[in-house]
Design a protein around this ligand. Sequence first.
Ligand SMILES: [Zn+2]
Length: 478
Amino acid sequence: MPAAVSAMSSIPTAQETRTVMLIVTNADVLVTMDAARREIPGGALVAEGPAIAWVGPTAELPEAYRRRMDDGSAQVLDMRGHVVIPGLVNTHHHMYQSLTRAVPAAQDAELFAWLNGLYLLWSHLTPEMIRVSTSTAMAELMLSGCTTTSDHLYLYPNGARLDDSIEAAARMGMRFHAARGSMSVGRAKGGLPPDSVVEDEAAILADSQRLIEQYHDDSRHAMLRIVLAPCSPFSVSRDLMRESAVLARHYGVSLHTHLAENDNDVAYSREAFGLTPAQYAEDLGWVGHDVWHAHCVKLDEEGIALFARTGTGVAHCPCSNMRLASGIAPVRAMRDAGVPVGLGVDGSASNDGAHMLGEVRQAMLLQRVGYGPAAMSAREALEIATLGGARVLNRDDIGALAPGMSADFVAFDMSAVGYAGAGHDPVAALVFCTPGKVATSVINGRVVVRAGELLTASLPQVLVRHRELARELFEAAR
Ligand SMILES: [Zn+2]
């Protein structure tokens, strides 16, 4: 057998893994996030195809599964020395921004000035840049514990399409909620973005419908769903918000946008529409369990009550909120009121480090800065990043490890230096200590990271091209 072929054969194809049984044994702790929030010492898990078939202590693993281990017909992952948790869910990102990290002109600005410093640069994006930056962003997320992600792409210059992101996600093997973003109100009409990056509203709606019909999968364990996501109240019209909601509800897809991100955003809403952001969302029909809004840093009491009453979700992005000095989102109050809250790393130009477990840590720490040391525990932060994210994305098949749920889980090696001395509570250690890289990641029953290495792509090759394209983008905008 030629060397290249034998090297490839250790990486199972999607088709092979669908039929393979995967058995996890001996996890130091297996965090289930099930209804009883069980944390199982010496935990085991059995996945058949895309779904979990059994979860419990390794000592109680049923005989039928033991036989499959003995006869070699199951793939076995011995997780001794590791903590296994449900895969983290990222509910807000702009992956193309991985090409524009730490841009000098946008390093020390608040939201509107930050956007104005970057729009021109982004207008030079190409389809390949979308594909490569999406692959890079997904690799970073996967290595940091994320198994399901949304991405909000709202610029389509030079022939770029949402299909470019979708193609990258399929190659990387991530569970993906692709949000068809849009901007239609440029500066000439009183919006924030330059006119060169906005689209015609009829074209936006037609492309949205095409994407839903071509790609949206509403089945259990779906790897790809489409979301309609006009960018923000200050870059699209009332009509586009309303029409998008009508279209989304006709097809049963979710809605997503940015809302109440900072004081200027609230001021724009009051001035342009005579309403608070929450009132505006309600007026547009943008509330319900099929809607989630990014940030909501300045969501007021009335807004929190509205979101709780309607099941409207929030993507909390603590690093981005700190980076842009937007403020501290009232997550404690939201959770107490019953608002569904998930976590998002946000785009890589406003959170230059898209580490999903790191975001969990920052969520916990930032609530404490705002509301005291008991404002959020490590376990609650983990719950927000798993069950919370699943609810925000309107899914009941991810976020927990239990029979019938999708086989999405990650393992962290507790022998890493960052966890030294925290063995008395390894679950809390994941959140309190320096965020580590995953040792193993399984998405939809398929091993996508093993021994800390990404199996679905050659990361060094992706990064070489990513560096070239980032340089090209800067040259083009000169
Ligand atoms: Zn955003």
